[in-house]
Design a protein around this ligand. Structure first.
Ligand SMILES: [Fe+2]
Length: 137
């Protein structure tokens, strides 16, 4: 069963960003499924790498949108993205050194919690700003 499910509460009001978030949820679910199925480290590691690369691209897209619209809270939001990127790299290094189920579960739990909270508390505020500015209708 999927760990995370998309729901309307997660919509920020832009289909482009929502699609990115749906894909991120898909990657977290794929990682969860692979670990649950005791897939090889080759499979788990490949999903982890895809997830890291996709997250980097997604953050770049979201940051471009915020900057283009003059989003006032951009510096703080960017710091949250940078902190997550650093934390995930620490997890990935732990995983490479010590690929236990516990390390993998910790990463999955951390990502699942971070993603949902970040979308609801932070990314939705971008949407509110955009609607106020009539950038997104
Ligand atoms: Fe964000």
């Amino acid at each position: 069963m999927a760990l995370l499910t998309w729901r309307d509460q997660l919509s920020v009001g832009s289909s482009e960003i929502d699609d990115d978030h749906k894909n991120l949820i898909g990657f977290v679910n794929a990682l969860h499924d692979a670990v649950t199925a005791s897939e090889s480290e080759k499979v788990v590691g490949a999903i982890m790498l895809q997830l890291i690369e996709y997250t980097r691209d997604h953050f770049a897209r979201e940051e471009k949108v915020m900057q283009a619209a003059g989003y006032p809270d951009f510096p703080r939001h960017k710091k949250l993205h940078d902190a997550l990127t650093r934390q995930v790299l620490v997890f990935a290094q732990n995983y490479l050194r010590n690929p236990t189920v516990q390390v993998k579960r910790e990463l999955i739990d951390f990502l699942a919690k971070w993603l949902v909270e970040h979308i609801i508390k932070e990314d939705r505020r971008i949407g509110e700003y955009m609607r106020g500015k009539k950038v997104w209708l």
